[in-house]
Design a protein around this ligand. Structure first.
Ligand SMILES: C[S@@+](CC[C@H](N)C(=O)[O-])C[C@H]1O[C@@H](n2cnc3c(N)ncnc32)[C@H](O)[C@@H]1O
Length: 275
């Protein structure tokens, strides 16, 4: 990995390095639970970095890997549903990292815009090059300049997905940008992941174990603030584990954790859309 980054002149900050955790999770899930989601591109990219990520991978327990895998599974499921009932969809993958949703979902009516910080975007562009329906945008999610690049048309359905991003950004700034976006383009779905206080402690521990000690986690998005900002929208919470928690191939203690996670809403997706 270091060789590849050096040869491409890419320097990743700690927050940018967090992308390798969900990548490991998706590669693991794809190998072990392909009946739910097959992600051959994630497996291929993981193989490329394997030498250096192997130590980190050993530190990640199966439950954490499956959490990243099921998060991707749930995002895919919801996005496929939206794409089935809308003609033209523009999907912004905010903080895309090395997520390969553009390879997993084959719907012809979706155009993918993968947005990440400049150094991460460079790496992404090299590993997952732009194609006729996939574009990499370099910049911060909080800098609204990227909205122009979408060239939004009235009939477009816009989806903003943020997997593992909002926990690193100030909630007030996220809200203000989302409000701006929904004013410009009301037909917008917003999908992001959320954790409880206990879930946040678990992420902190995971980052520390992975040597990413300087990454700061912000306070979580307050759903009452979201309701207040978007009074004419519905907000739905989607639990992660319902499709896998009865799989006997998974050890009992992990299945129990999955049940408790869903029951106490320790980690889940939020889907915000116009009523
Ligand atoms: C935990 S990773 C998640 C990657 C990907 N969404 C996934 O699920 O595999 C967080 C990503 O957010 C990116 N990121 C952090 N701050 C950002 C910002 N202000 N704007 C855009 N991307 C950002 C990082 O570079 C990193 O790729």
């Amino acid at each position: 990995m270091i060789n590849l980054l050096n040869s491409k002149n890419i320097t990743l900050s700690e927050v940018e390095k967090t992308k390798f955790l969900p990548l490991m999770g998706r590669a693991y899930g794809s190998e072990n639970h392909s009946e739910l989601l097959k992600d051959p591109t994630a497996e291929k990219i993981f193989d490329l970095f394997k030498g250096e990520l192997l130590e980190q991978e050993k530190l990640l327990d199966n439950y954490s890997k499956l959490l990243f895998f099921m998060r991707a599974f749930q995002f895919d499921r919801i996005i496929k549903n939206i794409a089935q009932s809308n003609e033209k969809v523009k999907l912004v993958n905010a903080g895309a990292g090395l997520d390969t949703i553009n390879c997993r979902i084959k719907a012809k009516n979706i155009t993918f815009y993968d947005l990440d910080l400049p150094e991460s975007a460079k790496l992404r562009q090299f590993l997952i090059p732009s194609s006729s329906n996939t574009f990499t945008i370099s910049g911060s999610f909080l800098d609204s300049k990227w909205i122009e690049q979408l060239n939004l048309q009235k009939n477009d359905t816009l989806i903003i997905m943020a997997a593992g991003l909002f926990m690193y950004l100030p909630a007030a700034e996220i809200l203000s940008l989302l409000k701006q976006l929904c004013t410009i383009h009301p037909n917008t779905h917003i999908l992001f992941d959320q954790t409880s206080y206990v879930g946040k402690l678990a992420i902190k521990k995971l980052l520390k174990k992975s040597g990413l000690t300087n990454v700061t986690l912000t306070s979580k998005m307050n759903l009452s603030d979201l309701r207040h900002t978007f009074p004419s929208h519905t907000i739905k919470k989607i639990p992660y584990w319902s499709h896998i928690r009865n799989d006997n191939a998974i050890c009992f203690s992990d299945r129990l954790k999955m049940t408790l996670c869903d029951l106490f809403e320790m980690a889940y997706l939020v889907h915000l859309r116009k009523m």
